[in-house]
Write a protein that binds this ligand. Structure first.
Ligand code: NAP
Length: 250
C-alpha cells in the first residue's frame, strides 16, 4: 500500500484527493493536514508520498520542508515561478533520501494535457492560431495559467517551424483582441455554470481545426493525481519533474 498524506486536506482539491486515495485499492491515507496542522509529523516512516494542494503563497515552503524531511511530494498548487522550481531542484540535490522526487503538474486533467500535446503537433500546419479559455466566474486569474501555457506551446512550435506572426489587421480603438501571449491571442470567458474549458482554434484559408478540452468537475483531476502518486512512489522519476505529459507515455 502507498501511504499518502494530503496537505491542504480541507480545501476543494485536497478533500477530493483524500476521497480518491480512500477509494484506491493500492493506497491508504496517512495524514490529512490542514492550515492549522504542522508538517513536522509528515515523515518517511509514515508517508511514502505527500500530495500538496494549498495556496501559491504556501506551496514552495511546504515542498521545501517536506523534501528536507525526506518525503516525496506531488504538487498541484498553481503559481510556480522558475525561481521556485530552481529552489526545489537545489533542495533535492541534498535531500536526505537518494532518488527522492517532487512532481509538479499545473494541470492534472488528462484532456487538458493532451490538448496541449495535440496543439503543439498541429501548430506548424496553420497560419492562424487563437486560444479561448472558459471558466466559472469565481476564478481569480485571467487568462488561466493553462491557457497561457498553451499559447506559449503554440508559439514555440511556430517558431521551430519558421512561421512568422499570425495574420491580424485589427487596429484597436478601445476594442479588445484578448491578451497577446508570445504573439498568440488568448481570450477569457467567465460564465456561471462552467467549470474549466479550453478551445484552441487553428485556421488556414478554407479550413479550421478546433481542439477542445472540457473539465466538468474536479474529479477530472484525480486520475492524473493518482498516476503521479504511483509514479513517485515507485521511485521511477527521481528529482524534479514538471508536467503530467511526462507520465502519459506520449
Ligand atoms: P482551496 O479550496 O482554497 O484549498 C486550499 C486549502 O489549502 C485550504 O483548505 C487552505 O486552508 C489550505 N491551506 C492554505 N495554506 C496552507 C498551508 N500552509 N498548509 C496547509 N494547508 C493550507 O483551493 P483549491 O480549489 O483546493 O485549489 C488549491 C490549489 O490547487 C490552487 O492553487 C489551485 O489553482 C490549484 N489547482 C490545481 C489543479 C491542477 O490540476 N494542478 C486543479 C485545480 C486546482 P484555509 O482555507 O483555511 O486557508
Amino acid at each position: 500500500m502507498i501511504r499518502v498524506s494530503v496537505i491542504g486536506a480541507q480545501g476543494r482539491m485536497g478533500a477530493r484527493v483524500v476521497q480518491a486515495v480512500g477509494d484506491a485499492d493500492d493506497m491508504q491515507l496517512a495524514q490529512a493536514i490542514g492550515v492549522q496542522s504542522s508538517l513536522e509529523g509528515v515523515r518517511p516512516d509514515n508517508t511514502d508520498v505527500a500530495v500538496e494542494f494549498t495556496v501559491p503563497s504556501a506551496s514552495l515552503s511546504n515542498v521545501l520542508a517536506l523534501v528536507d524531511q525526506g518525503v516525496n511530494v506531488v504538487v498541484g498548487t498553481t503559481g510556480w515561478t522558475q525561481d521556485g522550481l530552481d529552489e526545489v531542484r537545489r533542495a533535492l540535490s541534498h535531500a536526505p533520501n537518494p532518488g527522492q522526487s517532487v512532481f509538479i503538474a499545473p494541470n492534472f486533467a488528462v484532456s487538458a494535457v493532451l490538448a496541449d500535446v495535440f496543439a503543439a503537433t498541429a501548430a506548424r500546419f496553420f497560419e492562424s492560431a487563437e486560444v479561448v479559455e472558459l471558466h466559472h466566474p469565481d476564478k481569480i486569474d485571467a487568462p488561466s495559467g493553462t491557457a497561457v501555457h498553451t499559447a506559449r506551446t503554440i508559439a514555440a512550435a511556430r517558431r521551430r517551424a519558421g512561421l512568422g506572426a499570425v495574420p491580424d489587421s485589427t487596429r484597436t480603438d478601445g476594442g479588445s483582441r484578448g491578451q497577446v501571449i508570445d504573439g498568440i491571442h488568448v481570450h477569457a470567458v467567465r460564465l456561471r455554470g462552467l467549470n474549466a474549458h479550453e478551445e484552441i482554434l487553428f485556421g488556414n484559408a478554407g479550413e479550421q481545426l478546433t481542439i477542445r478540452a472540457d473539465s466538468f468537475d474536479r474529479s477530472s483531476f484525480m486520475p492524473g493525481v493518482l498516476l503521479a502518486v504511483r509514479a513517485v512512489a515507485s521511485a521511477g522519476h527521481p528529482g524534479l519533474t514538471v508536467g503530467l505529459e511526462h507520465l502519459l507515455g506520449l
